[in-house]
Design a protein around this ligand. Structure first.
Ligand SMILES: CCCCCCCCCCC/C=C/C(=O)SCCNC(=O)CCNC(=O)[C@H](O)C(C)(C)COP(=O)(O)OP(=O)(O)OC[C@H]1O[C@@H](n2cnc3c(N)ncnc32)[C@H](O)[C@@H]1OP(=O)(O)O
Length: 304
């Protein structure tokens, strides 16, 4: 099943940029099961998320549910990307709120187990799925709002930064940031570009080198998130925020979004295969595998 989903994801890559500026209308036929689900739970075939589309508002809420920590495995990434693709193809959908169904964690980032002890082929497949998820979200025609209801390190932070707007629960126990260097790994150029586009060059330089994880208050100060609210108000605030974006004519907003993001997207599209081989050769190095092993052991020790 997951393999079939991945194949489908690969087929739809070329249609992605067309989805900008509202050109997605003719693409319904790409899926055997069109996305016309309205206010219905679990239209995703997987149980790792629910997607509820309210037909009266055009807002979908995507709740990530992959216990224990919503880490982004190959299959989970593929499911997220396909769910977004289905919403993109649904004329009744104008925006999506991404949040977590798990307590205290938005997403723990990329699944470290996908990068540790895996074959080069599998690592390559995994990295393509990471790219795909980023490309889909970053180029989405939809208004995307992240309702960050828990910690969001590394890939979790990246996912939220692909969105147009970020609202985080005001809980000092949560943290967010690109902490890759703390694991002894390196955020690739398009993670870095997304961070620079979000918080500016100087702040990104400090944050990335030191692998900083920010409290919600500090994340607000540097512009990594746009708003803080009490946790119970997160999704309602996200849907309210959406109204401001919906007030702008879709075509004008979408063309503007494309103009802002296209150079960053094109940079990855033109270097996609090189980026995959760089990832594979970096992640399979003995020294990097040792760092990851140590990091995993520490994560497990912390619990014991
Ligand atoms: C030349 C240049 C070339 C460049 C090439 C590219 C280089 C590579 C780029 C890779 C980019 C990587 C991006 C990432 O996202 S890496 C992942 C980073 N994530 C983290 O560091 C988060 C780690 N986790 C935590 O901090 C905590 O778990 C968390 C705060 C999220 C939750 O804490 P809590 O106490 O609630 O839960 P536990 O720590 O007990 O965790 C529960 C179990 O989940 C496991 N776990 C946690 N995070 C992950 C993860 N990211 N992947 C896999 N598994 C994870 C944890 O080990 C526990 O498991 P066990 O129950 O088995 O002990």
């Amino acid at each position: 099943m997951a393999t079939a989903l991945r194949r489908l994801a690969k087929c739809s890559v070329s249609a992605r940029l067309l989805s900008f500026a509202g050109h997605s209308r003719g693409r319904r036929g790409h899926f055997a099961r069109p996305c016309t689900v309205v206010a219905q739970r679990n239209f995703s075939s997987a149980s790792t998320m629910t997607v509820d589309l309210d037909s009266s508002t055009g807002i979908a809420v995507m709740k990530l549910h992959s216990p224990p920590v919503n880490s982004l495995s190959l299959d989970f990434l593929t499911e997220i990307a396909i769910s977004l693709e289905k919403l993109e193809m649904n004329k009744g959908c104008r925006g999506v709120v991404v949040t977590s169904a798990l307590p205290k964690i938005f997403s723990a980032g990329l699944d470290i187990l996908e990068m540790y002890g895996k074959s080069p082929e599998r690592c390559g497949e995994f990295w393509r799925a990471v790219q795909e998820m980023w490309l889909k979200f970053y180029s989405s025609r939809l208004v995307t709002v992240a309702a960050i209801n828990g910690s969001s390190p590394a890939g979790g932070c990246l996912l939220s930064m692909t969105c147009d707007y970020r609202i985080m629960a005001d809980n000092p126990r949560y943290s967010i940031g690109l902490n890759e260097t703390q694991l002894g790994i390196v955020a690739p150029f398009w993670f870095k570009d997304t961070m620079v586009n979000t918080v500016g060059h100087r702040t990104a330089e400090i944050a990335l080198q030191l692998g900083l994880l920010y409290s919600p208050q500090d994340a607000l100060k540097i512009g990594m998130v746009d708003e803080l609210v009490p946790e119970e108000k997160l999704v309602s605030t996200a849907t309210e925020a959406m109204a401001r974006w919906f007030a702008i004519p879709d075509h004008a907003r979408q063309i503007t979004k494309s103009a802002m993001r296209k150079p960053t997207i094109d940079k990855l599209l033109s270097a996609r295969e090189t980026d995959i081989s760089n990832f594979v050769s970096f992640i399979t190095k003995d020294s990097i595998q040792k760092s990851l092993k140590l990091y995993l052991e520490n994560l497990r020790k912390k619990k014991a």
